[in-house]
Design a protein. Structure first.
Length: 82
């Protein structure tokens, strides 16, 4: 299993960590998912192509950000992980 953030990637055996849903990259889902270093992230995003990532840069982010704020954060994986 490959896990990481940015340009740093780590290889971990799949049995070493709790399974986290791997979902297709979706800007709305990314913006709704809070990042905290001290908890297991509720989702991991798979970028299937850089073209899809680049397309996000071409759109106006304000409406997407506003909608993400209205929808709020997804449910945490653990109690107290707010």
């Amino acid at each position: 299993m490959t896990s990481g953030s940015g340009f740093i990637r780590f290889r971990w055996p799949a049995s070493a960590i709790m399974p986290v849903p791997l979902v297709a990259f979706d800007l709305m889902a990314v913006l709704r998912t809070p990042y905290r270093i001290d908890i297991l992230q509720p989702l991991k995003f798979e970028i299937c192509s850089f073209a899809k990532l680049a397309a996000c840069l071409e759109q106006n982010p304000v409406p997407v950000l506003e909608e993400a704020q209205l929808q709020g954060n997804p449910e945490p994986l653990f109690d107290g992980a707010v």
